[in-house]
Every structure is written in C-alpha cells, then in structure tokens.
Design a protein around this ligand. Structure first.
Ligand SMILES: [Zn+2]
Length: 381
C-alpha cells in the first residue's frame, strides 16, 4: 500500500494546489460561451501534456472543445482503462469574477466553479504528478475526459462519454462529494418535459363562448402532472414554469408549462415518460402536446458499483480516511456511465459546499488527502 507515501508527498503541496486552483478559477468558463471555453481547454491541454499525458483537444462546433488525455497508456498489463470524468464548465456567467474573485478565507477557498469542479481538476493533476514523481505506475491505463458542457446536461459530450465508458473497467467521476465528504453511489435520473396547450382565441367580452381557454386547460392538467409523483420511491415532479395568454380581454389560445422530473429507477423513468406522452386534453377544442423525456438516466446502485465503492473504502482506510456513501437528487455524467452497466463511483472531488451558490467554496485542509485518495485509486483499482 502506497497510501501513506502519497499522502506524505501531497501534504507539503497544499499551497501549490491552491495557487493552481486560483489559476483555474480566475478564467471564467460558462457552459455556453465558446470564446471562453476553448482557450481554457487549450490551457488545460498544455497542463496535462506537461504531466506526461497523450492529450487531444476534441473540436466541438456546437459548444466548447472537450479535452481527452491518456496516461500510463503503455502499461504492460492488458487491462481495460479507468475512465476519469471531469468538466471545466461552470454555471457562472461571464463577469462573475468581477464581484467574486478567487479568495482564501481561513480554512476555505472561494470562487465561482471552485467546488464544482475546478478543484477536482487540481486533484487529478496532483494525483498524476505524485504518481509520476514517486515512480508509481497505475494498475491500468487512465483515460481522462474533461468536458465543456456538463452543467447544461452534456448535449455534446454525452456520446463521447458513453463510447469511452463502454471500453472502461470503471468510471471515477470527480464531482464534489456530499456533505462530510461522502462519495456518491446513487443519483436520481433527471427529466424535463414541456407541455404546450393550444386553445382558441376569442374576444372575452363579445363572444367568449367561441374561445377555448388554453390557460384553463393547463390548470386542469397540472394536478394530473403532479399526481405522477411518487415520493415514496423517490419520484418527484416540479412544474417550475408556466406561461400563457396575451392580454386580459382575450380568451387565451396558448399556454405552456415546463416540468422537472427526478426518478431513482429506470422503471420509474419509463412510467413517467409514458404518462407524460399520454396526457390528453380535457376541454373540448383544446389540444395538448408534450415534448421532452428523461435526459439523464438514474445512477442506480448495482453490485459492480457496490464493489467499486467497497474497494475504494478499503483504499481510503490506508490513508486514514473513513469514507461513507450516499445518494443525491442531482444528476452528473456518472448517470450515463452507470446506465451502461459500468461500475461508477462519483463524488471524488473536493469537500466543500455551495455548488451553484454564491458561497461556493472548498475546504483547503482536505486537498492532500483527496489528492492522495485519487492517486491511490489510479494506482490500485
Ligand atoms: Zn459538476
């Protein structure tokens, strides 16, 4: 077990890791801004090349470029690679740094995208550097994907992630952990549906009977939609946005709702998708059109995922870490890999808090131990 050696190597490097984190946080990377994403991907490519990786920038005309890197590709052992998933986009718009630059305050380091998940990229760099400098060869080739669009549902990276996962022994996802540093072994699936209602416009004063109110129809549909929830099995529904009508004296011809759905099992995903697409108008003359679906399948607990977590917990003990696990309602790219049957462990990023919130931060103290943990996983799994 090389855990203690790796931890000893990481311990004096906290300040270096923080300086590297400052560099990454100080370059903004909103998910839809290619002019900011592409230079960042290029910068990352340089950093990973300097660590001895075989690095490719993946051109993406529909969004920011993605980064792919291979390490230990010449490992003698003929084993399938470990897939490491990270993303460099953040939910923060251009200009956020002007109000909230990177800053250190006591035990915490703050900044947009620090916790979700630029600190994770720093952990990976530190892990790879530590292994190299200590002359330790990972057990299997390491396939790294750092993508540019996770925060908007991975529209352009999903196929790349899935193709990579099919060849991998397991997927290690560097999203932040749960409170207390708990690893994520289950995630809800995420769906989005749009309900569009068409009625018929008419003058509200002169001949309202000739109209069909799309708003009234939508109001009838909403209880039916909410009734699809089954919180006992983790299925929740949020009608998060409604719109409709034009002006008070016109019977509204159009109305629409957008709905967020979370599910814990594929069975529930199918039930919900079927139910949404079977919604029918209740008002004569109105029509209902439903689009959307479950876009991230649930990451369910599987025997292979459980085994991966148990081995990780053993490795954590060699570093003096008692790792726990938990589930979350949020989705990540781990949902895609788990749905393919690939053993997936998520939450390997930095402890902290405030994902997508203005107090986003990491806990500085944990940098060495989380970097050492990741290095040990690359070495031994
Ligand atoms: Zn994230």
């Amino acid at each position: 077990m090389h855990g203690p050696n790796l931890l000893n190597w990481m311990n004096p490097r906290r300040a270096t890791m923080l300086a590297d984190l400052a560099t990454l946080v100080s370059a903004e990377t909103p998910s839809r801004d290619k002019t900011l994403l592409d230079p960042f991907a290029t910068m990352l490519a340089g950093r990973f090349q300097a660590l001895g990786g075989k690095v490719d920038l993946i051109d993406n005309s529909a969004g920011g470029n993605h980064l792919e890197a291979w390490f230990a590709a010449d490992a003698q052992l003929d084993l399938p690679p470990a897939l490491i998933l990270a993303h460099f986009d953040t939910v923060w718009p251009r200009g956020t740094l002007a109000d909230r630059p990177f800053r250190i305050d006591g035990p915490r380091a703050y900044g947009p995208g620090s916790y979700d998940m630029k600190a994770s990229i720093i952990l990976l760099e530190a892990a790879l550097t530590g292994l190299r400098e200590l002359g330790l060869t990972p057990r299997r080739p390491i396939h790294v994907l750092i993508t540019s669009d996770e925060e908007i549902g991975s529209p352009t990276s999903r196929s790349l992630i899935e193709a990579s996962a099919r060849d991998a022994a397991h997927a290690l996802v560097l999203e932040p952990p749960l409170p207390g540093g708990l690893l994520k072994t289950a995630r809800k699936g995420v769906g989005g549906f749009t309900i569009e209602i068409e009625g018929k416009a008419a003058h509200a004063g002169i001949e309202p009977e000739k109209g069909v109110s799309a708003i009234n129809e939508l109001v009838l549909q909403i209880p039916r939609i909410n009734a699809l929830a089954n919180p006992a099995v983790g299925t929740t529904i949020n009608v998060g946005l409604i719109e409709g009508g034009t002006t008070p004296n016109v019977v509204p011809a159009r109305a629409m709702a957008r709905v967020d759905v979370r599910v814990t099992t594929m069975d529930e995903a199918r039930r919900i998708e079927d139910a949404f697409h079977e919604l029918q108008a209740l008002t004569p003359g109105a029509s209902v059109q439903v689009t959307g679906g479950i876009n991230r399948p649930p990451m369910e607990r599987t025997p292979a995922g459980r085994d991966l977590f148990e081995r990780t917990r053993q490795i954590g003990r060699s570093l003096g870490l008692e790792l726990g696990e938990g589930s979350t309602g949020g989705g990540s790219d781990g949902n895609f890999t788990a749905a393919l049957g690939v053993a997936t462990l998520d939450g390997l990023g930095m402890p902290g808090a405030g994902a997508h919130a203005i107090d986003e931060h990491i806990l500085i103290e944990s940098l060495p131990e989380r970097a050492a943990l990741l290095a040990c996983l690359l070495l031994e799994l």
